[in-house]
Ligand binder design. Structure first.
Ligand code: NAP
Length: 422
């Protein structure tokens, strides 16, 4: 059995700290906690670690190195801390302390106290933005003709909306009581009523949480010299929640980034449609139309900011457009920590077979290296990964869609990437 982590007495010289703009200040040997994850987690983590260490070693020749610290969640936490403790406090405090961490997928234990460990992690650490870059890796089989036209980063609000966990089953006393109150209010205003036997859920959305998400998206657009931020909402139907998301988003842009942003209307009225350098265009789209837009006019979109449910659907649809979740990176980011993660699940039927594609976790690691400011190492991984795919050396999921592919194991795919760094 592995030892428990020892959170006492950390060496602060190897800890990430934060500047006034909430950017990480990174030592040359940062301690970065990792959660292997359940199911296929250990396989994809082993491969990812080899690739990230290989790139850092090659680029910085020992001048920089990640000191990995294993922390536990899911099955391996329950083995060590007890069956009722899949997310120990030690794990949360290690992520808070070290600031940046990476994780494999986690099974949600059936009958446990959590709806989902991933949701619990996001809530406990206030990781309010789920960030999903979606760009095409040349050679990956994709369902559209020109997958390379899509290059967006989706900022999905992580803490509110119908994901808040506020719902009651049909016929329960709580549901009836709530619906009685709601019906009375609605009737008094001449509105509709609903059956007291309905299930009911609440969709909270706040100015504060919308504003911090949209700020993060605009900040990212500015730092990465992107052109636009699109607010995606269903405000035509849900006026006080999704509609308010749109209004608060525009308000945040105006009040916090007035000199650095402009609306689509201003772009045409004041600049005759010619994009002024250094300014971010803020626009909005209705969610259903946005699904069409990403397929039909993908190059018109850049950074996307959206509430939780829209973001959930849109991230997976966009990932599918460029070749699927097997290669889609992700991160959950807050003001004092960031957790990078594979976007797919634990694929239990492949657990321990060294078979699946580690691409999603490797590319999440790439995003982590960029977040640390280690861009040269990040670029090296991307170049080597592209070269490996172009050589048609791929895992089963891609091999079954590619002519003439050489199917390799998860670990062999990682090793091929490291070899291609040369
Ligand atoms: P899943 O684990 O993502 O697997 C569904 C299918 O996707 C697999 O059978 C496989 O397809 C394919 N797949 C997933 N990862 C792959 C990879 N790395 N390489 C190649 N193919 C891959 O979804 P699920 O079966 O619905 O969920 C299983 C568990 O994961 C659940 O307990 C769920 O709660 C959890 N989950 C966790 C996270 C997270 O931790 N972030 C996210 C989603 C789900 P083929 O069968 O076609 O080969």
């Amino acid at each position: 059995m592995k030892h428990r982590q020892n959170p006492g007495n950390p060496d602060t010289s190897n800890m990430i700290s934060w500047d006034a703009r909430k950017r990480p200040i990174v030592p040359d040997r940062p301690v970065i906690p990792f959660i292997e994850g359940d199911g296929i987690g250990p396989d994809i983590w082993a491969s990812t670690r080899a690739v990230l260490d290989g790139a850092v070693k090659r680029v910085y020749a020992g001048g920089r190195k990640i000191s990995w610290l294993e922390i536990f969640a899911g099955e391996n936490a329950m083995d060590r801390y007890g069956r009722d403790n899949p997310l120990p406090e030690e794990t949360l405090s290690a992520i808070r302390r070290y600031g940046v961490a990476i994780k494999g997928p986690l099974t949600t234990p059936v009958g446990g106290g959590f709806r989902s460990l991933n949701v619990a992690l996001r809530q406990a650490l206030d990781l309010y933005a789920c960030v999903r870059p979606v760009r095409y890796i040349e050679g990956v089989p994709a369902p559209v003709k020109e997958p390379g036209r899509l290059d967006v980063v989706i900022f999905r609000e992580n803490t509110e909306d119908v994901y808040a966990g506020l719902e009651w089953p049909a016929g329960s006393d709580d549901a009836r009581e709530l619906l009685t109150l709601i019906n009375a209010r609605s009737e008094a205003k001449g509105g509709t009523t609903v059956s007291l036997e309905s299930a009911v859920g609440i969709k909270p959305m706040s100015r504060k949480n919308t504003s911090r998400l949209v700020s993060m998206a605009i900040q990212y657009a500015l730092e990465h010299k992107r052109k636009s931020v699109t607010l995606v909402h269903k405000g035509n139907i849900m006026k006080y929640t999704e509609g308010a998301f749109r209004d608060w988003g525009y308000q945040t842009a105006r009040e916090k980034y007035g000199d650095l942003t402009l609306t689509e209307g201003e772009l045409y009225d004041r600049f005759q449609g010619k994009h002024p350098a250094g300014r971010i265009v803020i626009k909005d789209r209705i969610a259903d139309a946005m699904f069409q837009q990403l397929l039909l006019r993908p190059e018109e979109y850049d950074i996307i900011a959206t509430p939780n449910l829209n973001g959930d659907y849109l991230s997976d649809a966009a990932a599918a457009q460029v070749g699927g979740l097997g290669m889609a990176p992700g991160a959950n980011i807050g003001d004092c920590c960031a957790l990078f993660e594979a976007t797919h699940g634990t694929a239990p039927k492949y657990a321990g077979q060294d078979r699946v594609n580690p691409g999603s976790l490797i590319l999440s690691g790439v995003e982590m290296l960029r977040f640390l400011g280690w861009d040269e190492a990040a670029e090296l991984v991307v170049r080597a990964l592209k070269r490996t795919v172009s050589q048609r050396t791929v895992t089963y999921d891609l091999a079954r869609q590619m002519k003439g592919a050489r199917e390799v194991r998860c670990s062999e795919f990682g090793a091929a990437i490291v070899e291609n760094m040369g």
